[in-house]
Design a protein around this ligand. Structure first.
Ligand code: PMP
Length: 454
């Protein structure tokens, strides 16, 4: 056994003996052990056996600038020497958090000039839940408590985050959702649109919001929360009619709109925020991931000025985290935003690399296993089906998982959500790397098809 293999086996043993991994099938993990990722550069990862892998998921949708950006390392090191930690509680602050709040609101939609910092997207959505209920209480409408969310939306894994999320497999563990969170159907035409056209289905899915507001009672509804594009649910790009209809409905009722921008934010759609792409005017935006390119944990909530006025007048807000606005994370966030702006990375996504990625990805639609290819910006989804015309699936054969494993073994990270393969590469991916991604994806689709029929 080579040194590499011996070391890999030792790490795998540690996994079984000492580590409880997030979102993992523990039985499978115990049998095979995890793949150990040891280093990364640009859009590529290397595992402990020396295999090079193209990271088609930017880690978990977060490594916007790609791996190995020395400026982010330097920003962290400098801040650690200067002031490695201080908090923002009890009438204190520090420069990185204040400057980052300003830098975020400089690129946020108009009229959103304040940020509450958290350590993650989940904590961001916990903050959203508390903030919107606090707001309505201050407005003299304390019954407005219910949050409306969507089935198969993802909003994190804390109690509030998982409750707001519409993942039934998460609700089943731990008695969720908590009271005061209700869900409406998602705008997933390929999976659930039946005989309706995408446009008809988009209107139908949006109308479910109005139906739910009326059912719960406007006086009891605090907010509607949604991702502009559902990420973890399977890169679900709503039909063109969906957001316009939702906007119409939101305008008729006195409820807040929260855009969960944890995935869509900071350039993934080719705009700063998914809300910009769809022309939404959120009252609150949850942010994380691309804010620091994932180099260090950080999240937050960007809040509309009209809400801030009420909250400012309300005195104490009894909420916060030890690491809210952590100075090292904030310094990395500032540097990350500087690079995004100065290197015009989002402009390049919009005008060059996203159009190329979307064109090349759609070539895969001719593959016999592929029922639909959809995508937008640096997001893509490939639906695996048995019959293209009827959208019938390979039930019970785990086509998505098979494909994901072939990808892993052939140097590509694509994620499987059921039988939907999804990608979200770093925003800095080049044309040549997009070619590599698409040709590896085609090879793995071939291997999957053979395995399913073999
Ligand atoms: N919201 C969305 C839309 C997400 O995709 C995620 C993470 N995938 C979260 C919230 C939760 O973020 P975190 O894992 O940082 O808590």
């Amino acid at each position: 056994m080579s040194d590499n293999s011996a070391q890999t086996q030792a790490w795998k043993a540690l996994s079984g003996e000492h580590h409880l991994a997030p979102f993992s099938d523990y039985k499978q993990l115990k049998e095979k052990g995890p793949r150990i990722i040891t280093k990364a550069q640009g859009v590529h990862l290397w595992d402990s056996e020396g295999q090079q892998i193209l990271d088609g998921m930017a880690g978990l949708w977060c490594v916007a600038l790609g791996y190995g950006r020395e400026e982010l390392v330097q920003a962290a090191a400098h801040q650690m020497r200067e002031l490695p930690y201080y908090n923002l509680f009890f009438q204190t602050a520090h420069p990185p958090a204040l400057e980052l709040a300003k830098a975020i609101t400089d690129v946020a939609p108009a009229g959103m000039s304040h940020v509450f910092f958290t350590g993650s997207g989940s904590e961001g959505n916990d903050t959203v839940l508390r903030l919107v209920r606090h707001y309505w209480a201050l407005k003299g409408k304390p019954t407005k408590k219910t949050l409306i969310s969507r089935v198969n939306g993802y909003h994190g894994s804390t109690v509030a985050g998982a409750s707001l999320g519409g993942m039934t497999y998460m609700h089943e563990q731990g008695d969720l959702p908590i009271p005061g969170v209700v869900h409406i159907p998602q705008p997933y035409w390929f999976g659930e649109g039946g005989d309706m056209s995408p446009d008809e289905f988009g209107v139908w899915a949006a109308e479910q919001l109005e139906k739910k507001i009326l059912e719960v009672g406007e006086d009891n509804v605090a907010a509607f929360i949604a991702e502009p594009i559902q990420g973890a649910g399977g890169v679900i790009i709503p039909p063109a009619t969906y957001w316009p209809k939702i906007k119409e409905i939101l305008a008729r009722y006195e409820i807040l709109f929260v855009a969960d921008e944890v995935i869509c934010g900071f350039g993934r759609t080719g705009e700063w925020f998914g809300s910009d792409y769809y022309g939404l005017a959120p009252d609150l935006m949850t942010i994380a991931k691309g804010l620091t390119s994932g180099y260090i944990p950080m999240g937050g909530v960007v809040v509309r000025d009209t809400l801030v006025q009420v909250i400012h007048d309300g005195g104490d807000f009894n909420h916060g985290f030890t690491y809210s606005g952590h100075p090292v994370a904030a310094a990395v966030g500032l540097e990350n935003l500087r690079i995004l702006r100065e290197e015009k990375i989002i402009e390049r996504v919009r005008s060059e690399t996203a159009p190329y990625l979307q064109m090349r990805l759609r070539e895969l639609a001719d593959h016999p296993l592929v029922g639909e290819v959809r995508g937008l910006g640096m997001l893509g989804a490939i639906e695996l089906v048995k019959h293209k015309s009827t959208r019938e699936r390979y039930t019970g054969q785990g086509a998505g998982m098979l494909c994901r494993n072939f990808c892993f073994d052939n140097g590509l990270i694509m994620r499987a959500v059921g039988d939907t393969m999804i990608i979200a590469p770093p925003l800095v991916i080049t044309h040549a790397e997009i070619d590599e991604l698409v040709s590896k994806a085609r090879k793995c689709l071939d291997l999957t098809l053979n395995a399913l029929n073999g």
